[in-house]
Design a protein around this ligand. Structure first.
Ligand code: ADP
Ligand code: ZN
Ligand code: ZN
Length: 804
């Protein structure tokens, strides 16, 4: 504009040499004022040409010396909007990840790959411009290496003026869906003339001709034309044959949820639901960020609260984002949103092809989809003017990403809530301790739904002491009580859900006589079995001791590592109940695409009596005919070397119990355990989250664990064990020097699975309350790591989900 040459700050994408410092490149003459932050470019870097993101534009005058120019511009428009751009920066700072990693995490896969781009003229383009840039086709491939710079510069200008749009080609062409579409082939006056001549003898054709005159220049799907004009496909065919209209292929969005769902209407809310919706609505109306915790027992109608809050956001002309733990595991939830909001809903999940994902992303970005449902990464959906963000089952660990950037979707949701001045609703029957504690402090607003809808009672929960069952019949899988209860359901044509908990599978030692689990004398966390060193180890403090042969508590010899497989259990169950129809649901039976939904559908149609599965059946199922839930092994998660073991166990048991007796028929739950006195089991029986919260907070306080302390985990990995270990010891030195003596540094210790993919892992956990220097120290460690030993990887995980 001022004639001064511009400079672009480019964040280069070089995996081996990551940095948050952008490099400066000259913007070539013809691209002056055309390149914007957020566009991708290629630039010379060393002896190569690499891709990168423009993160800023400045003027030449601030620099001296010769800068290399940008090699090519890859986008006509920024790929991320200003909000997401800002979010990427925040993400990089708070998760100790590189900016480029954060940016790439936010982009749909299609934009990460190099795909062909097409430029299409819009109706704003002038005839001269059309003739110049689109001489012989309606769109042109935008292959940067082939387009001359002047053409590219010209197209950039047109794009800014809204005269062209860019689309991306999907690599697997087969997934591009098209539908025949119709365009008028003649000018309006001409069509009018013909209409007059055919009016008498061919009224239907006249009708279509009249419709063609009302059409603009955008093609309309043939089916739509037929409906709108009230004519058959035959009439349209004739019109095309006579040259009045032309037919062309129109790309349609690949709808990931193709099965139509019957529409539903808002239910009349009960008092508790109404209070919740009103509070959320007030925040929306006042354009105020406020975080709500909707704490509702299973079956209390949380989903209806979500749906009606979303409706309020839409009524205000704003959009809604709804996060679920895992789309594949929650088809019922997704369908409920779809049923209420129809085509406005975009569903984002990992099962989509790149093309489908991109389609949904584009629909959202263009404002065509105003409600987004998706798992963790959907928190980056390019929605504009968000009115509400909902996070269902907010305690689920799948919301935390366990690779860089190690973000928690809850934090991102709240960041976006602040950006849009919109409420964030966290929902759960068993909130994470962190969230519940924040509600107790008044940072979040707690909205309780204490009653089941229609006051259906919560199921009756029985604790079965498996130590007794084992003595009686020597069977570790099924107690007589549970078998009898299953038989009763089979007789009554009711259904049963059985859960086999496979978390922590055979990684810890437990006495089958007394339920004793070997714990670390320093940390009160169960020790993990290491077959390589034939020892029991603590992954917090490094304590190590031999594998016991007899139970230190009761001297029994029945001490062994715990675990059992779903297939084995299915066989045993079938042998005991030959008439029962059993559906097995685990990672093996659900590996194929759509298998999960199919199994659930079969069960819903009562094609099976028993659904036997791993934890994946604990979530979100709403089958009215299920009156019995059995948990075969409640203890496996309790034995994990994780300070959240009790919390996870309580959550899982409560959640799976909630699957029973959701409709008219009352529900019953049997929890088989070797630890019947454990508070997590006891309180799961009384389904008393609030008491569990108080008890567990006390335990955390005693052990200096979150939420009383913050935690950061630093991991070093290398193919050679001494290198990883040495790096970790050096890191600990840096930490000890940099941090106050209030900080608790645990380690270094080898990780639970010390060697993964030929690399050795060492870790340290820092627990702290207030460490103003921590960020700087960790930053220093991260920067230093790259310069250190080749092949050494340092990862920093703020608020790790487990310390293993
Ligand atoms: P949650 O998500 O809290 O476990 P749901 O939202 O699944 O509970 O609600 C449980 C059942 O109650 C569902 O079948 C739902 O349709 C029904 N329901 C929810 N709210 C109402 C209401 N206000 N009136 C009647 N039925 C309701
Ligand atoms: Zn024992
Ligand atoms: Zn320990």
């Amino acid at each position: 504009m001022n004639g001064m040459a511009q400079i672009a700050q480019v964040l280069v994408d070089v995996p081996t040499m990551q940095t948050n410092e952008p490099y400066s490149y000259a913007i070539p003459e013809q691209f002056q004022d055309q390149v914007e932050p957020g566009m991708r470019v290629t630039v010379p870097f060393g002896h190569r040409v690499v891709s990168g993101f423009v993160v800023g534009i400045s003027n030449q005058s601030q620099y001296d010396g010769q800068l290399k120019p940008i090699a090519a511009v890859l986008d006509l428009a920024p790929v991320l909007n200003a909000e997401l751009w800002q979010l990427a920066d925040w993400l990089a700072t708070t998760t100790y990840a590189f900016r480029i990693t954060c940016i790439q995490t936010m982009l749909p896969n299609l934009l990460k790959a190099s795909v062909e781009r097409f430029v299409q003229p819009t109706d704003k383009i002038s005839a001269a411009e059309r003739a110049q840039y689109f001489p012989d086709s309606s769109s042109r491939a935008f292959d940067v290496s082939k387009l001359p710079d002047e053409t590219l510069a010209g197209l950039l200008k047109l794009r800014r003026a809204g005269k062209v749009t860019v689309t991306y080609d999907v690599q697997d062409k087969a997934t591009v869906k098209t539908t025949p579409a119709i365009l008028p082939a003649l000018p309006t006056v001409k069509l009018q003339e013909i209409q007059a001549t055919v009016a008498k003898r061919a009224p239907k054709q006249a009708q279509l001709l009249a419709y063609l005159q009302t059409m603009g220049t955008t093609p309309v799907a043939q089916a739509q034309v037929g409906r709108d004009a009230g004519v058959s496909a035959e009439v349209i065919r004739t019109a095309v044959a006579k040259g009045w209209a032309t037919k062309q292929a129109l790309e349609v969005y690949r709808d990931p949820f193709q099965q139509p769902v019957p529409p539903t209407h808002p239910l009349t809310l009960n008092a508790e639901q109404q209070t919740a919706v009103d509070a959320i609505d007030a925040a929306m109306v006042e354009h105020r960020q406020q975080t709500f915790l909707v704490e509702g027992v299973t079956g209390s109608g949380k989903t209806e609260v979500y749906l009606q809050s979303i409706a309020k956001a839409l009524a205000l002309g704003r959009t809604a984002l709804m996060l679920v733990p895992e789309i594949a595991l929650t088809p019922q939830m997704t369908n409920r949103v779809k049923s209420r909001f129809g085509h406005q809903v975009a569903v984002l999940h990992s099962g989509l092809s790149k093309g489908e994902q991109y389609d949904e992303w584009r629909r959202i970005d263009r404002g065509e989809a105003t409600v987004v449902v998706g798992a963790r990464s959907a928190v980056f959906a390019p929605l504009h003017d968000i009115g509400i963000i909902i996070m269902d089952e907010e305690h689920e660990t799948s919301y935390k990403q366990d690779e860089n950037p190690r973000y928690h979707a809850r934090d991102v949701a709240i960041w976006r809530g602040k950006f849009h001045q919109a409420p964030v609703v966290l929902g759960s029957a068993t909130p994470s301790l962190e969230t519940r504690a924040r509600a107790a402090k008044g940072l979040y607003t707690r909205l309780a739904l204490a009653h089941r809808v229609n006051d259906h009672p919560l199921p009756t929960v029985h604790i079965v002491d498996m130590r007794e069952a084992l003595k009686e019949n020597g069977d570790g899988d099924f107690s007589p009580e549970l078998l009898e209860a299953i038989q009763t359901r089979l007789d009554r044509q009711e259904q049963v859900v059985l859960m086999l908990n496979r978390r922590g599978y055979s990684s810890f030692m437990m006495c089958r006589d007394c339920g004793f689990v070997l714990k670390c004398p320093n940390c009160d966390i169960s020790l993990t079995l290491h077959m390589d060193t034939h020892s029991m180890k603590c992954h917090y403090c490094g304590h190590e001791e031999p594998i016991p042969r007899i139970c230190p508590n009761c001297q029994s010899r029945k001490i062994r590592y715990y675990g059992t497989g779903t297939q084995k259990v299915e066989k045993a169950l079938q042998a005991k109940l030959p008439a029962a129809r059993i559906l097995r649901m685990d990672v093996d039976s659900t590996r194929r695409k759509g298998a999960h939904e199919r199994l659930l559908k079969q069960f819903g149609q009562h094609q099976a009596d028993i659904l036997l599965g791993t934890q994946m059946i604990a979530k979100g199922l709403d089958f009215p005919n299920v009156t019995l839930v059995g948990v075969l092994n409640a203890d496996t998660a309790l034995g994990l070397p994780d300070f959240r073991a009790s919390e996870r166990t309580f959550q899982l048991l409560t959640q799976v119990s909630g699957r029973a007796g959701r409709a008219e028929k009352p529900g019953e739950v049997f929890i088989q355990t070797f630890n019947p006195e454990h508070y997590a089991i006891q309180l799961a029986q009384s389904q008393d989250y609030e008491r569990f919260f108080v008890t567990e907070m006390h335990m955390r306080h005693q052990g200096n664990y979150p939420p009383y302390y913050y935690a950061v985990q630093v991991t070093a990995s290398h193919e050679e064990e001494p290198v990883a270990a040495k790096a970790m010891y050096q890191i600990v030195d840096v930490l000890r020097q940099g941090l106050s003596d209030q900080a608790i540094i645990l380690g270094p210790t080898p990780k639970a699975i010390a060697r993964v993919k030929r690399k050795y892992y060492y870790q340290v956990v820092i627990k702290y309350k207030h460490e103003p220097r921590l960020k700087a120290v960790l930053e220093q460690i991260r920067q230093g790591a790259q310069k250190a030993q080749r092949g050494l990887t340092i990862t920093i995980d703020p608020e790790p989900m487990n310390f293993m």
